[in-house]
Ligand binder design. Structure first.
Ligand code: NAD
Length: 479
């Protein structure tokens, strides 16, 4: 596999010294190379997107015409699901069943925004007796989309589909570690004949290519998903040009379990919440808060189930959890675990790199559980982004809400209880954007994704996700 740059409808080859190797995290072997674009490539891509926006037909097309392209892209994603998910698994490490689901959800995202842009419009109002007003939602211009490595095809779709549906043109920078699925998506754009310059792909690193996008005065909108520290840099760069910015950042999300919950059901969801994607998920439920009277029962059961998770290469049959995405990240997660032990938490299972037949050369960390933690420990406060969960104890409803809110993040939260009124009271008290009662993290393309505090600014998905790529305009007509 060789990932190339795509600017103004043309594939571009790169000199050998500008290629980086792509590594399969399940076995440490090379699966191909990616072009590492330069700042000058990024500027060319921005200029091509500007030409297409200002002089091309895309933004002037009626929405229903753009929708036809989006529907063709959705069909092609569906047709090429096996191929794209196989490469996503090799590139990122996730089990095939997860990457299948991501490609399906990416296809659904293009389909959803094709429908939404064809069916939504502005509104009218009257002002006194002399003005009839119209409010329209127009495209913003050239959008710079910056993508992380953990859900490459999915987050690419979450940004690309609404941006294109609204009539913008785009410059996309995938993660330097996982650019393959974006490259395959651009192959689809090429095949469906997206007009030249409407979508441009510049694989490369953050400091050179990402920063060229965020510092550019020719970029009208930045939509970024990634770490909170990177988000701060991007917001600072956007401030210089007052560029419209959406940030989807990190999390340390709570799963709250009351003693009247169906414990088996709560354990099922809490396991999924943390070990899905090996915990490398922004909305991971990495803190479990359990009412004191069922704390031991819940913890014992959770630990027993965590030990049974089948860890292995994402391409192997029956794998439930894959490796971490790079060796460096695995080492960072192991260091975070060590710090948890040094801080005095009890390590109930995992905590180690895994070895064995299929695992020796991959970056596998065992499902890890800590109990006897307190709110000041780093493992309770910091996003680890690995298969590591802490189980905290609470005695009262108000304490559960206070503990849930005691981090700098606010992305996801869930409460498990047999009392629906209590469930509602608690979830209303928790500052988070993606919440559930008796379920965890059931995101849907129709509803906004994102959260307050240091988890970001703005929302993806649903009608709110489209508005992130539109400007409202009022037109006052004198009567
Ligand atoms: P990261 O911040 O290291 O990188 C994200 C992207 O930003 C990459 O493409 C990278 O090349 C680019 N980048 C890095 N420095 C840059 C700079 N100075 N200017 C412009 N671009 C730059 O994040 P990551 O490690 O790829 O992803 C993991 C993080 O993403 C986690 O914190 C996770 O919580 C977060 N995340 C959030 C959501 C959400 O929806 N809230 C979803 C997925 C991941």
């Amino acid at each position: 596999m060789q990932v190339k740059i795509y600017i103004n409808g043309e594939w571009q080859m790169q000199e050998k010294e500008r290629l980086a190797s792509l590594i399969n995290p399940a076995n440490g072997t090379s699966i191909g190379t990616t072009a590492m674009a330069t700042a000058s490539d990024a500027e060319n891509a921005i200029s091509s997107a500007n030409q297409a926006y200002n002089y091309g037909e895309w933004s002037a097309f009626p929405p229903s015409e753009r929708a036809v392209y989006l529907l063709q892209i959705a069909d092609q994603l569906e047709n090429r699901k096996e191929e794209i998910s196989k490469w996503e698994t090799r590139n990122n490490g996730k089990p095939l069943r997860e990457t299948h689901a991501d490609v399906e959800a990416a296809s659904e995202c293009f389909r959803y925004y094709a429908g939404l842009i064809s069916s939504t419009d502005g509104y009218t109002f009257t002002s006194g007796t002399e003005i009839q007003g119209l409010v329209t939602y127009e495209s913003i211009g050239v959008c710079g989309l910056i993508i992380p490595w953990n859900h490459p095809i999915l987050i690419t779709a979450w940004k690309t589909a609404p941006a294109l549906a609204a009539g913008n043109t785009i410059v996309l920078k995938p993660s330097e570690y996982t650019p393959i699925s974006a490259y395959l998506l651009y192959d689809i754009f090429d095949q469906v004949g997206l007009p030249k310059g409407v979508a441009n792909l510049i694989p490369g690193d953050g400091e050179e290519v990402g920063a060229t996008i965020t510092n550019s005065t020719a970029i009208d909108k930045i939509s970024f998903t990634g770490g909170t520290e990177t988000g701060k840099k991007i917001m600072a760069a956007a401030a210089n040009n007052i560029t419209n910015v959406t940030l989807e950042l990190g999390g340390k999300s709570p799963v709250i379990v009351f003693d009247d919950a169906d414990i088996e059901h709560a354990v099922d969801h809490a396991l999924y919440a943390i070990y899905f994607g090996s915990g490398q998920v922004c909305s991971a439920g990495s803190r479990i808060l359990v009412e004191e009277s069922v704390y031991e029962r819940f913890s014992d059961h959770f630990v027993a189930r965590a030990k049974q998770i089948r860890v292995g290469p994402g391409e192997a049959d029956g794998t439930e959890m894959g490796p971490l995405y790079t060796e460096a990240h695995m080492n960072k997660v192991l260091a975070d675990i060590k710090r948890g032990e040094e801080e005095g938490a009890t390590l109930r299972c995992g905590g180690n790199r895994m070895y064995g037949d299929d695992l020796d050369h991959g970056f596998f960390v065992a499902p890890t559980v800590f109990t006897d933690v307190n709110k000041d420990m780093s493992i309770v406060q910091e996003e680890i982004f690995g298969p590591v969960v802490v189980i905290q104890k609470f005695t009262q409803e108000n304490e559960a809400i206070a503990l849930a809110n005691e981090t700098k993040y606010g992305l996801a939260a869930a409460v498990f209880t047999g009392d629906s009124a209590k469930g509602m009271r608690v979830i209303r008290g928790v500052k988070a954007g993606l919440t559930g009662i008796n379920n965890y993290g059931m995101g849907d393309v129709q509803a906004p994704w994102g959260g307050p505090k240091m988890s970001g600014i703005g929302r993806s998905l649903g009608p709110d996700g489209l508005k992130e790529f539109q400007e409202a305009k009022q037109i006052n007509v004198s009567l």
